[in-house]
Design a protein around this ligand. Structure first.
Ligand code: F0G
Length: 461
């Protein structure tokens, strides 16, 4: 390549205005929201980095495809196009559409799990964990130790600790109905898993006769990291690498709101005929007929096209670089983040950012709230509020306290990202003014979505 600037591999055809607010307006909005950024009106957010899920911009080809949607209840043409696009990449015999990723999880887990069992994963995401725990099953996180140290550099921090997985299978094997691997490892910093590691997991699954399912939400970003970082993989296309990843698994759950480049949708896919039949029966009960699964025909069209676009090299090069670009700016300013940068997000290490705020005073909430008040930037806590409450009602610190700045796909430009970096650096400069928080009300499951907070006394300095 002649020039070193990696540009957005698209031009913009339609725009949406964003609203500027004053600091006072933001303070007021946050108070109204119970100091939980999930409860803000999105209109009061300037740059929304709450999630990369369902927030991407569709291409003109996808929007055009919507008109091709076949809305037949059964046997829709759009379903077959969707199924073929999924099979082209995953190779799985059965493709079951769902309205989003967690519906695929719920159907798989409710069909397969029995109380008292254990599901290992590198790190379960919140909905995955909740859908396992609601079945009375333990969700066991077995990421490599390097994956839990934010500052430590490692090319595949999402890898499964194979020795720990082997111990789980040797000691609790009769209680393990399936093994999962999340690519990329969202709760652990959007970090990739290597082909070699998936091969290692596969070998253990073979030895103990366990099915392996990928949580494949960000499979294309994972494939790009493999291409860039894993020995011997640089010459392959992202699609070839993705195909290799899926070929080692027996099935997957997928949220098409991420690497499906769609605003809604997901699927469950697998090779086992009997399991697929049982899953389809539950699907009909709660999602819809197996050829639409809770989606419109036009959604299936958008996903089919999205799955092709997401594996294009110029897109993935730009995508991964633009996340790294934000990370580089924060590292240069001394902000503690998970390194290297994740695929879809930059994760601030809130314990490093606010070392005087203990985990049970929710340093992640302190940083999220400060970023919003400072510059109208919305991030999300991935830490003790999200993961600290256990099914038995006890509360312990999460593995890490992170603040995720998730980058929606194809939505923000470089100047938006420059602005975000400025806001984070200014918040970091003022960090001694920030104190802890306590929860005033919260549900018992997935409390982070609706909890309300109040500030603790600021520490005296
Ligand atoms: N698995 C992972 C790894 C995820 O990141 C998500 C969603 C899901 C499953 C569930 O998919 O939202 O379509 O039901 N993650 C979003 C996020 C919500 O913000 O990271 P869903």
């Amino acid at each position: 390549m002649l020039y070193k600037t990696i540009i957005e591999p698209f031009r913009i055809k339609s725009v949406e205005a964003i609203k500027f607010t004053t600091r006072e307006e933001r303070e007021d909005a946050l108070k109204q929201a119970g100091y939980n950024v999930f409860l803000l009106h999105a209109e009061d957010v300037l740059i929304d980095l709450l999630t990369d899920s369902g927030t991407g911009a569709m291409s003109s080809a996808q929007w055009g495809g919507l008109m091709q949607g076949d809305e037949s209840y059964a046997g829709s043409r759009s379903f077959y196009r969707f199924r073929d696009a999924v099979q082209e990449i995953t190779g799985f015999a059965h493709v079951i559409p769902t309205h989003q990723g967690r519906a695929a999880e719920r159907i798989l887990f409710h069909t397969l799990l029995k109380p008292g069992q254990v599901v290992p994963n590198n790190t379960h995401f919140d909905t995955t964990r909740a859908n396992i725990e609601v079945e009375g099953v333990e969700a066991r996180d077995l990421v490599i130790p390097e994956g839990k140290v934010p500052s430590l550099l490692h090319p595949f921090k999402g890898n499964v600790d194979l020795a720990a997985l082997e111990r789980t299978l040797a000691e609790d094997g009769d209680r393990v109905p399936l093994v999962m691997v999340t690519v990329t490892n969202n709760s652990g910093g959007g970090q990739p898993v290597s082909l070699e590691n998936i091969r290692g997991v596969r070998a253990l699954c073979d030895r103990y006769h366990k099915p392996l399912f990928l949580d494949a939400c960000r499979f294309a970003e994972n494939a790009w990291f493999i291409k860039m970082r894993e020995e011997g993989q640089g010459g392959k296309s992202p699609k070839q690498i993705a195909q290799e990843m899926f070929a080692m698994a027996d099935g997957c759950t997928m949220s098409a709101k991420k690497d499906g480049l769609a605003n809604i949708g997901g699927f469950l896919a697998m090779n086992d005929d009997a399991l697929a039949a049982a899953c389809r029966n539950l699907l009909i009960l709660t999602e819809g007929f197996p050829t639409y699964g809770g989606l419109a025909g036009y959604d299936l069209e958008a996903i089919a096209r999205g799955l092709e676009e997401v594996l294009e090299e110029p897109y993935l090069r730009y995508r991964i670089r633009s996340t790294e670009y934000l990370a580089d700016k924060l590292v240069a300013g001394g902000v503690p983040i998970i390194r290297p940068a994740g695929g879809h997000a930059v994760y601030i290490d809130a314990r490093g950012f606010l070392p005087d705020v203990p985990p049970l005073h929710y340093p992640g909430i302190a940083v999220c709230n400060a970023l919003y008040v400072e510059g109208g930037v919305r991030a999300v806590e991935i830490g003790t509020v999200m993961f600290g409450l256990h099914p038995d009602g006890t509360e312990t610190p999460g593995a890490m306290d992170l603040v995720r700045l998730a980058i929606p796909r194809r939505v923000y430009t470089q100047s938006h990202v420059d602005y975000v970096a400025e806001v984070v650096l200014e918040t970091f400069r003022k960090r001694r003014e920030l104190g802890g928080w306590r929860i005033t009300e919260a549900p018992k499951v997935l409390r982070h979505f609706t909890a309300r907070f109040s500030p603790l006394e600021r520490p005296q300095r």
